[in-house]
Design a protein around this ligand. Structure first.
Ligand code: ADP
Ligand code: MG
Length: 248
């Protein structure tokens, strides 16, 4: 099913309508998302906040096509994700979406370059091309010269930058980051956020970030608070088009 706007306007990047996710563990049922509604446009930089257990990671997994809703709709670029087969979901993940997690999830005893190459390896790209693109992605996150370092030879902030390079190497239009600075010190967190900010402003990549820290959320232009699997508050925290203020 394709979502159409009806008035000729382009469809939103993300549109969630009455989204539910229910986990069943034996007799216990957890309603992680409870009729959540949300629209995000291409090019936005959104911070998602909310207390532990409020459903943030569940929502991110849903938005990233890692999981499918129990009920309701999620349209990504106008495509109804609930109607897709597993291989179609995998294709969307590989083509359109990059993920960054709190725990970096790098492969140990494997160089930064090889870690960044991984999505291209799965895509079956020639090795030379994998290496060229991975090296370029590492350069974009300021890791030129660190290509042959293993994760244990890199700081936490550098490891997270490798993870960002790995997410970027497939040129996704949507980057999902679930508490990307959760394991980092203040200075490394600032570096990571500066990179995400640049990717959003200069390359137009849509970024959705989960964080507990107001200082980190402040980098985004929109702040959404989730509570009990629903949107509690949703506000723009920066002017949407700063250039429109010029000359006033
Ligand atoms: P947050 O990321 O905001 O801390 P989560 O989305 O991880 O919250 O979890 C929301 C609720 O769903 C919690 O009550 C959690 O225990 C439950 N939950 C999350 N993942 C699973 C799962 N795979 N199986 C069962 N329950 C889960
Ligand atoms: Mg979480």
């Amino acid at each position: 099913m394709l979502m159409t706007s009806g008035n000729g306007q382009p469809v939103s990047l993300i549109q969630c309508q009455d989204l539910w996710k229910v986990y069943r563990l034996g007799d216990v049922e957890v309603q992680a998302l409870r009729g959540l509604n949300l629209t995000i446009e291409q090019g936005e930089f959104v911070a998602i906040m909310g207390s532990s257990g409020s459903g943030k990671s569940t929502l991110m997994n849903m938005l990233g096509c890692l999981d499918q809703p129990s009920k309701g709709h999620y349209w990504l670029n106008g495509v109804d994700v609930a109607a897709l087969r597993a291989d179609e979901l995998a294709e969307i993940r590989n083509r359109q979406i990059g993920f960054v997690f709190q725990s970096f999830n790098l492969i140990p005893r494997t160089s930064a370059l090889e870690n960044a190459q991984l999505p291209l390896f799965y895509r079956g790209l020639p090795l030379r091309e994998q290496r060229t693109l991975a090296a370029a992605a590492l350069e974009r996150v300021g890791l030129k010269g660190r290509e042959q370092h293993y994760p244990t030879q890199l700081s936490g902030g550098q490891q997270q930058r490798v993870a960002i390079a790995r997410a970027l190497v497939t040129t996704p239009s949507l980057l999902l980051a679930d508490e990307p600075t959760g394991n980092l010190d203040t200075e490394s967190s600032r570096e990571i956020m500066t990179i995400l900010d640049r990717l959003n402003k200069e390359e137009g990549i849509t970024i959705i970030l989960v964080t507990h820290e107001p200082d980190i959320a402040a980098y985004a232009a929109r702040e959404i608070v989730i509570k009990d699997g629903q949107v509690l508050t949703d506000r723009h925290t920066k002017p949407e088009h700063p250039s429109s203020l010029v000359g006033r």
